[in-house]
Each structure stands twice: as C-alpha cells, then as structure tokens.
Design a protein around this ligand. Structure first.
Ligand code: NAD
Length: 516
C-alpha cells in the first residue's frame, strides 16, 4: 500500500489545528448535529462496511455487524446526548468558610489535535469510541489505522466527510507501524491515543515521555473467567465460547483462561466440548459462520507457537476442531487445553486466538489468585447465581472491568468505562470517562468581592495573622491544641488556644476584618 510520510502527517496536523480552532468555537449542540448524522450514514452503508471489515479481518459477518456496526450506531446517539451533559461548565462546591468569597468552575477544554493509532482487531469500533467523543469535545482528530485494515480507515474518512464536518477536522493518515510512533510524537499533536499490544504501548510511552506528550493506552488482555459451583453451567459454557472465540479469539477483552470450581469442572468441560463441536468455521460470506479466520500470518504463528509450547510442557488438548481450508490460509482450529503449566505463555501471555485454557480450582481464593496471576488486567468475569458473592469477589480482581455472568460485551455499552490495569494500560474510553480522556480540565476561580482590599491571608503578615490562622487550624483540625514544640532557638508562640473554642472563633471572626 502507499504510505504517507511523517512530513505529510505534520502538514495534516497544521491544517487540522486551523480547522479545530473554529470547531471549538461552535456550540456542543452544533457539533452534535454533525455527529448525529453518523448513525444514519453507518446504517445506510452497513452492507459496504460489513464487506470491508470481513474482507480485511476475516471475522464473521455477525461479529462485524454486532460488535463493530450496531455498537457504534448505539454509541453515536448516546455520545451526542452525553456530551451536552458532561462537557457543560461545572460549578464546584466550596470546601470551607475561608473561601466564602470564591466561586469556582471547571471547564472541559479540548486538547486541540488528537492523534489515534488503532489496531486491526476491531478496526471500526475501537477508534470510533475515541474519535466521536474527541470531536464532540471540540478536538480535531488524526487517525492512523493498522495497515492491515487501512480500507476501514478510508471508509471512516468517507463517512465523516459525508456528515459535512469542516474540512481537515478529521483526517486518516497511512503510516507503517514502525514509523508511526516517532512520526506522531513529533508531529505537533496535543495528545495521543494508542490501542494495541503491550510491547508497542511500552515503546510508545517512552517516546511520548521525551515530549511529555499526554498518552492514553489501551493494551493487551489475558482475561480470566471464574465459574463457581452454583453457576448456571449452560450459560457459562455458551458465554465462554462466545466471549472466547468471537472474532476468532482476537478480542483484547476475550476469555482466555477459565477457572472452574472442582465440583462442576467435569460437567462444564463436557458441555464446553459438546458445544464447541457445533461451531461452524468458514469464510464470512455466509452469515451463519461463527468462527472466521485469524487476521494476520504473524498472529497465526504466535497462536500456534503458544499451543505447541503448552503441549510440549504437558498440556492436554481436550478438543481441536478441524480447519476450514478455503479462500485463505489464516484459519486456526478452535482449541481447548487443560493442565497447562501456570508458567506457560498460553497462560501468562495474551494468546489472541481461538484457544481456551481450562483449569480446575479448589475454591474462590484460588480462583482469584489464579485470575490475578498475570501481568495483564483488562477484564474478568465471575459466573455464579449468588450476585452478592459475585460483587464481593469482583472487588479483588485486578482488572478495569468485571462482568457478572457475562464477558467481553461491555465494550459494546458506550456508557461503561473501558480500560484495564497493570500491563493492559490505565486509560479509559467510553462514557463520561471517555470524554474526560479527550479534554483538559481547567478550573476558573472567581473572586466574588472584587471590591475587597485583600484576601484573609495576604500581606501584611503579623503575629495576629499567625494567631488567627492557628485558630482556624484549631477549629478545622478537630479542636486539638498544638503539642508544645521548641527547637530551643525560636521564640515560643503564645497560644490563643488556651482559652478554647470561643476564643478561636473570635480570632476567626477578627480575621475577616482584614478584607476591608
Ligand atoms: P500492535 O501494537 O502491533 O499495533 C497496533 C497499532 O500500532 C497498529 O496501527 C500498528 O501499525 C501500530 N504500531 C505498531 N508498531 C508501532 C510503533 N512502534 N509505534 C507506533 N505504532 C505502532 O497491535 P495489533 O497487533 O494491531 O493489535 C492487537 C493488540 O491490541 C492486542 O494485544 C490486543 O489485546 C490489543 N488491543 C487492546 C484493546 C484494549 O481496549 N485494551 C483493544 C484492541 C486491541
């Protein structure tokens, strides 16, 4: 494919900046009017989009429709409404009487020009949840899609153009991954969003640090699913297969490891295999195909290497499906593994393929320990009929998202924050938290008594001011007298506090006289 150069990126940023200044001057309602058109355009052009997504990724038609298209139509409606509520000027409540004369407001200001580097696994939905809040908040956006899915980027450019938004406000640039980091960090953008692997995120963070460029990272996952003895096993099995295998397992928040309570392990395993056998693998032109191909050759190599390594270390293959052989060579069999040693990469690292690792656990403590025993922490799930227990266990899981009796789907809920902990990154997209990520917080503190001569604590300093401030300390600090302290050099300060609460209050009242 033909790539742009870093110089073109710089020029694109300059043009975007000019467009952004005018865009920021528009009301949120007007910006929302343009973005509001997106849902209709996406719905109208959904067949074209399904074709582009399935062709470039190999995912099934229903995965493309549900996780990429339907979810973004729902999100654009939601974000337009949310923006008007969230981006409003916020009044801040005063913390103490000392600030009786101040009124404070928070503004959510756009960064300016936001760069987005996005992955190939959800090439439409992932950048969409960043682009739309960023534009609504008054930013310009420059998107670099993954090279493998550059056609989705081109489609995005065309739908945003179709809304009639000002020229240069949203631009797609094409850069190879190895050049993109340097190019973006030195392009003049004001903030960078990166979604991709933890390794690339780490490299990008060190590059961004050179310019102190704000960076939001959404990185890899290695999600655990915990099945307790009282779980609805039928549901847990169907959930594990959908959340583990949709998009051929190439979901950052997909199920990778399943920890099942001893007492239901046999039943869960039997039903998991029985249902896995029913899944249809194939080319996505047939809507009833559940499992598509992997997206890249490197991904196929990585998945194969992890499975071979696990088997070499003693894992059992409980199930391996046959492989569809038509059209392309990127299909990988649905594979279920058991007895994988805890230090094998199939357990410790993200696999990102149609592979599930199944393990027995003795009790809830062991399940939590095993789930957390990973350097990644994107999402996790707890399957039980005891909702109270699920909520209490969810607090111990070191992830950004926990779903109860479900998994993965919350990425499709634009209202819930998405993001992880540990090596999965610490940023949040979606919901009001997504808007906070594309805006700088600015506080404006206003003096109500601008006719007043001075504030309480301004010059001149004096013994009286010192005493008055100590009185404030006494009143606000739990009515405790200061413990006697002397270095032997400083002159001891006489304390009003000997006379108690009313004396302190009187000092405070006298303090207010200073403003006149
Ligand atoms: P990747 O890191 O290889 O690439 C992601 C993007 O970064 C692509 O556009 C790529 O061209 C670009 N890139 C590659 N090297 C770069 C560099 N040195 N500097 C700057 N940009 C560079 O990841 P991938 O293989 O495309 O995507 C899969 C990974 O993304 C998985 O680890 C998955 O878990 C993760 N992911 C995370 C989330 C999340 O929300 N946390 C969502 C989707 C995918």
């Amino acid at each position: 494919m033909k790539y742009d150069t870093p110089q073109i990126l710089k020029e694109t940023v300059l043009k975007a900046r000019k467009a952004q200044i005018k865009w920021q001057g528009l009301s949120i309602k007007t910006r929302g009017h343009y973005i509001g058109k997106l849902k209709t355009i996406i719905a109208e052009r959904s067949d074209e989009l399904i074709h582009i997504i399935t062709e470039t990724t190999g995912k099934s038609k229903i995965d493309a429709l549900s996780t990429e298209i339907l979810s973004t139509v729902i999100a654009s409606r939601y974000y337009v409404k949310l923006a008007q509520r969230i981006l409003k000027r916020e009044k801040i409540r005063r913390s103490s009487i000392l600030f009786f004369n101040k009124k404070s407001y928070v503004y959510h200001e756009p960064y300016g020009v936001i760069g987005i580097i996005s992955p190939w696994n959800y090439p439409f939905a992932i950048p969409f949840h960043e682009i739309v809040p960023a534009l609504l908040a008054g930013n310009a956006v420059i998107l670099k899609p993954a090279s493998r899915t550059s056609k989705v980027g081109t489609f995005m450019q065309s739908i945003f153009d179709e809304t009639g938004i000002p020229e240069n406000l949203f631009r797609v640039v094409y850069l190879p991954g190895e050049k993109a980091g340097n190019a973006f960090v030195n392009s003049g953008i004001d903030k960078l969003f990166f979604t991709g692997s933890t390794d690339t995120g780490r490299k990008l963070a060190s590059l961004a640090a050179q310019n102190l460029l704000p960076l939001s990272c959404e990185l890899g996952g290695n999600d655990a699913m915990i099945v307790l003895p009282d779980a609805n096993i039928e549901r847990a099995v169907h959930g594990a297969l959908w959340a583990g295998l949709s998009n051929s397992g190439q979901s950052c928040g997909g199920v990778e490891r399943i920890y099942v309570a001893n007492s239901v392990y046999g039943k869960f395993k039997e039903k998991l295999i029985e249902n896995a056998k029913k899944l249809r693998m194939g080319f996505p032109d047939d809507p009833s195909i559940e499992i598509g191909s992997l997206t890249t050759e490197q991904q196929k190599e990585k998945v194969s290497a992890q499975v071979e390594d696990a088997v070499f270390r003693g894992a059992n293959i409980l199930y391996k499906s046959s492989v569809y052989t038509g059209k392309n060579s990127l299909f990988y069999p649905v594979t279920i593994l058991e007895n994988v040693p805890p230090n094998a990469p199939a357990v410790t690292e993200e696999t990102f393929g149609p592979v599930l690792v199944l393990e027995k656990v003795k009790n809830e403590e062991e399940a939590i320990y095993r789930a957390n025993d990973s350097s990644l922490g994107l999402t996790a799930s707890v399957w039980t009929s005891d909702r109270k227990k699920a909520f209490s266990l969810s607090r111990f899981l070191e992830t950004g998202v926990v779903t109860v009796n479900d998994h993965l789907m919350s990425h499709g809920m634009p209202e819930t924050p998405w993001g992880g902990s540990k090596g999965s990154g610490h940023s949040r997209t979606h919901g009001k938290w997504g808007f906070y990520e594309v805006t700088r917080i600015k506080v404006v503190v206003d003096e109500k008594l601008s006719w007043a001569k001075r504030d309480l604590w301004w010059y001149p300093y004096s013994d009286n001011l010192f005493k008055a401030l100590k009185a404030v300390l006494f009143l606000f600090g739990g009515f405790k007298k200061p413990k006697p302290y002397s270095t032997g050099e400083s002159r001891p300060v006489k304390s009003y506090v000997n006379s108690g609460f009313f004396a302190a209050l009187w000092q405070l009242i006298k303090l207010f006289k200073r403003i006149f």
